[in-house]
Design a protein around this ligand. Structure first.
Ligand code: HEM
Length: 499
């Protein structure tokens, strides 16, 4: 090549490279106007390293102190807006519910595994119809009605029977609690409860335990889906995917069996009710496609088991750590219910100490600190800032539950913080938003509250709960990286004046 042409060629190449570089820098560093404030980030990866370093709720506590109730992180190309504190959460999820009720697209669990179907992962009209229909089908089987109490009590009796069989010996009741809680949702959704020694059920619960301990809502995979392409399985996503499919296989089999035996004159359970509705709608209605039914059933089954079981386990752990609280609770049960019958929901309004206790367990247990992820389907104007379309949005429930201005010394376990001098609830308990808020507030709140009440009060009414080794109390630290209590043993010693 001639020298002149070479020089021209090189100049063009350099020019193109500089232009590309400038475009790249602009692409990477461009910041839409009016974004919520954010800490300094790294080139290209933004704030991903911060999220990899610590639990999201811990990071968010630090950032809220510096940047206020609404701040923003950049995860690669995606903005992640975190909303903190009671006021900002209510402004967003209640007052601007139209804007703040969609799930994000692009999350591994919601979009890749659940394909944005079912109740938990879908958005817009599809979500509204699936959620409304699911609630209607659940109501046919007592959900939200007084009749549900009988179903839960039946399970409580079976649960207490197994506890009694241990004769006060040290026992790890974690699996038993999961079985009892899961059986309630199984009886509603699948039409049948399982025996406690049923091998198929035991396997399923082991899968659920695994699923919960690995849940990637909290982890970075949710916001950085490409992490799944990394070799090995450092953050457990491959294992999670395998377990997810195994649970789905179980549900698929249940639905197939229900289809085979469906009798519209005898609707047995939630699945039957859903299938009956399907026959009233057009064949291609997406709410009734097989995948949407499977994922909806799976949502109820998974969300209905791990959360309530973990809260029950936390409650027992706190009762072991605080025998004085246990005595006070038993005193209330004894004066309101006595020992001759099971507690009933009618008793609950007369049991402020129980309500204060379970509220504090829920606050400190903090089992869903950052809730489930939301997404911005369009640019959202919020408190004078712009949340760009496509952003992830976090309802940071932890920011309320652990807020020292609302709950002084938040690390302390203290049911009295909800009670006035007269021993009655002050209304503060309503600020403990463990079930989230707004349009997507937990669908199973009333069932969860009913189960917690009947299981815990019946247990404390009949048994003294004592640590397996009084000199070595089980830890109050959760499973590392998760919000579940670590497995523990305790002794349930039968009281002489049992019901
Ligand atoms: C102590 C027990 C429970 C806790 C702490 C809890 C907490 C939560 C939270 C924080 C959310 C996220 C709400 C949001 O997106 O802002 C949620 C959603 C949900 N929960 Fe629960 N939950 C519990 C029990 C249950 C039970 C027993 C069921 C089943 C019947 C259930 C079914 C659901 C469903 C289906 C959703 C998704 C709602 C939607 O996206 O529209 N949960 N729950």
């Amino acid at each position: 090549m001639e020298l002149d042409s070479l020089l021209v060629f090189n100049a063009v190449t350099v020019g193109v490279c500089v232009l590309l570089l400038m475009l790249l820098v602009r692409w990477v560093t461009h910041r839409p106007a009016n974004l919520p404030p954010s800490p300094p980030g790294y080139l290209i990866v933004g704030h991903i390293p911060l999220l990899l370093k610590e639990k999201p709720e811990d990071l968010y506590r630090e950032l809220r102190a510096q940047y206020g109730d609404v701040f923003c992180l950049k995860l690669g190309r995606t903005y992640s807006v975190v909303i903190n504190g009671c006021d900002a959460l209510r402004d967003a999820f209640v007052k601007q519910g139209d804007d703040f009720s969609d799930r994000p697209s692009g999350s591994y669990l919601l979009s890749y595994l659940m394909k944005n179907k079912g109740i938990v992962a879908s958005s817009g009209e599809h979500w509204k119809r699936t959620r409304t229909l699911s609630i209607a089908c659940l109501r046919e089987f007592g959900f939200g009605k007084k009749t549900l109490e009988g179903r839960v009590l039946e399970e409580v009796e079976a649960f207490l029977g197994v506890i009694n069989e241990q004769n006060g010996k040290p026992y790890n009741a974690n699996r038993l609690i999961e079985t009892a809680v899961s059986n309630v949702i199984c009886s509603i959704v699948f039409g049948d409860r399982f025996e406690y020694d049923d091998d198929k059920f035991k396997k399923l619960l082991a899968l659920l335990e695994k699923l919960f301990s690995l849940i990637p809502f909290r982890g970075c995979i949710n916001v950085i889906p490409w992490l799944r392409y990394f070799p090995g399985d450092l953050i457990g996503i491959k294992l999670f995917t395998k377990v997810f499919h195994a649970v789905r296989d179980f549900i698929q089999e249940e639905i197939a069996e229900h289809k085979r035996t469906l009798d519209e004159g005898n609707i047995r359970d939630f699945i039957d009710a859903f299938l009956r509705e399907k026959s009233k709608h057009e064949l291609n209605d997406p709410v009734f496609d097989d995948f949407n039914i499977e994922i909806s059933v799976m949502n109820l089954f998974v969300a209905g088991t791990g959360t309530t079981a973990a809260t029950t386990q936390w409650a027992i752990l706190y009762l072991l750590h605080y025998p004085d609280i246990q005595i006070k609770l038993r005193g209330e049960i004894s004066s309101v219910v006595g020992t001759g019958r099971y507690p009933s929901l009618n008793d609950k309004p007369n049991m402020p100490y129980y309500q204060a206790f379970i509220t504090e367990v829920s606050r400190k247990g903090n089992i869903a600190p950052v809730g489930l992820p939301y997404g911005a389907k369009h640019d959202i104007q919020f408190r004078g800032m712009t949340i760009p379309k496509g952003s992830l949005i976090t309802a940071n429930l932890d920011s309320v539950l652990m807020d020292p201005t609302m709950f002084p010394d938040p690390a302390k376990f203290d049911p009295n913080r909800y009670l006035g001098n007269d021993g009655q609830l002050t209304g503060k308990e309503k600020q403990v938003l463990t079930f989230s808020l707004g349009r997507r507030v937990c669908m199973g709140e009333s069932l969860a509250r009913l189960e917690l009440f009947l299981i815990l009060t019946s247990l404390v009414q009949r048994f003294d709960l004592v640590p397996a080794d009084p000199d070595d109390l089980p830890t109050l630290l959760p499973v590392p990286g998760a919000t579940l209590p670590q497995p523990f043993e305790f002794r349930a010693v039968l009281k002489t004046n049992k019901a």
